[in-house]
Design a protein around this ligand. Structure first.
Ligand code: CA
Length: 367
């Protein structure tokens, strides 16, 4: 036993002295970082689709830039501009694509007119929630497909935030059946709006800044916005008093970082790693912040007099779901690129639902 102990002691001493020798000797070789000019500074611009100071979303984009600056010791310095400060909000994608700016923050469904299939990387009605979207994008092949879709535009995408499940919206009357949707004027954009029209509703396009006044003056009968936190800040509870859930049309809207391809390629490997990992960190952080702020705002809304927080009737949701499948299929039938992404999305969604049904959903269903 004693000899064994002694041997182990000697071996430890030897390996320690080797470690010390290495440390004090020549610099370790690292082929990935050998050619990096650590003095070179990159000054980039990032434009977003959000109003200046917009809580969580614009704030998150700015925090992301701050974190990159800190982690890179100032080598990558990104100045963030809110929508309209440098580029109109809905021209963000083009500005990144053309290299006018290096980065953008928004959501893929804003570019539906240019890239219809991009909507699957944002959200679609009755689609996946944040958990499913992250699983698909990071580990289920979704992000690779997304990169392929943006490649012709010289743009590289990263998930950068998620709103979580949104609310169904504010209505000036009760929705008890499909008949109550007929002729209803509602601000509801995107595929959700198309589905709403098929159900007999009258979708209206309105910028965020016009939503409150339109509802308050009865120019519209209903509006969706985001969730309890942002909805309360906009004061929507003062303009209508029926608050419906869930947000069937936006079950987990992914926010995106877009990077100009040439700018991305110009970054050394260590800065690329910092950006990629800062994006993952901020993706989680924004979702977490949304969840916390929404649960807190919900509690406040529940205390307000006259506000009714109501579920959509099952019959209404079932019909909207059928109409969503029809709408997506119609789009797929006329657009092969849309069809390819739709099929990949659906394949993952079906498996994700089967697993969620016996994990998170089953657990949450316990009273
Ligand atoms: Ca919304």
């Amino acid at each position: 036993m004693k000899v064994k102990h002694m041997l182990r002691y000697i071996l430890t001493l030897i390996s320690l002295s080797i470690l010390i020798a290495c440390d004090s000797g020549a610099q370790q070789e690292n082929p990935a970082t050998d050619n990096i000019d650590t003095a070179k500074q990159y000054r980039w611009k990032m434009v977003t689709t959000w109003p200046p100071g917009f809580p969580v979303l614009q704030e998150g984009a700015e925090r992301f830039a701050d974190n990159i600056k800190a982690m890179s010791n100032g080598r990558l310095d990104i100045k963030v501009y809110a929508g309209g400060e440098l580029i109109p909000p809905l021209q963000t994608f083009d500005a990144v694509s053309q290299g006018t700016v290096e980065m953008g923050h928004g959501s893929a469904y804003y570019w539906a007119g240019k890239v219809p299939e991009a909507q699957f990387f944002s959200t679609v009605p009755f689609g996946m929630t944040a958990r499913g979207m992250n699983a698909w994008l990071y580990d289920g092949g979704g992000l690779d497909l997304w990169r392929d879709v943006y490649k012709p535009f010289h743009v590289t995408p990263f998930p950068l935030g998620n709103t979580g499940v949104q609310m169904g919206g504010w209505f000036n009357k009760e929705i008890n059946s499909l008949d109550d949707i007929k002729g209803l004027k509602m601000r509801i954009p995107g595929i959700g709006g198309k589905v709403f029209a098929k159900a007999g509703g009258n979708p209206v396009l309105l910028a965020g800044s016009e939503v409150y006044t339109a509802l308050e003056r009865n120019t519209i009968d209903a509006t969706e916005w985001i969730g309890p936190y942002h909805d309360q800040r906009l004061g929507l509870y003062r303009a209508a008093n029926h608050y419906y859930y869930p947000g069937w049309h936006e079950p987990g809207t992914v926010l995106e970082l877009t990077v100009n391809q040439r700018a991305w390629d110009s970054l050394p490997a260590d800065l690329q790693a910092i950006v990629a990992n800062a994006a993952q960190a901020e993706n989680l952080r924004m979702l977490s912040e949304m969840e916390q702020k929404n649960l807190s705002a919900l509690a406040e809304l529940q205390q307000r007099e006259g506000i009714q927080i109501l579920p959509f009737p099952k019959e209404v949701l079932a019909k909207l779901k059928t109409l969503t499948d029809e709408t997506l299929q119609e789009e797929a039938d006329k657009n092969p690129k849309f069809k390819a992404i739709y099929e990949a999305y659906q394949a993952f969604r079906v498996q994700n639902e089967a697993w969620s049904d016996i994990s998170e959903n089953a657990y949450l269903a316990i009273d």
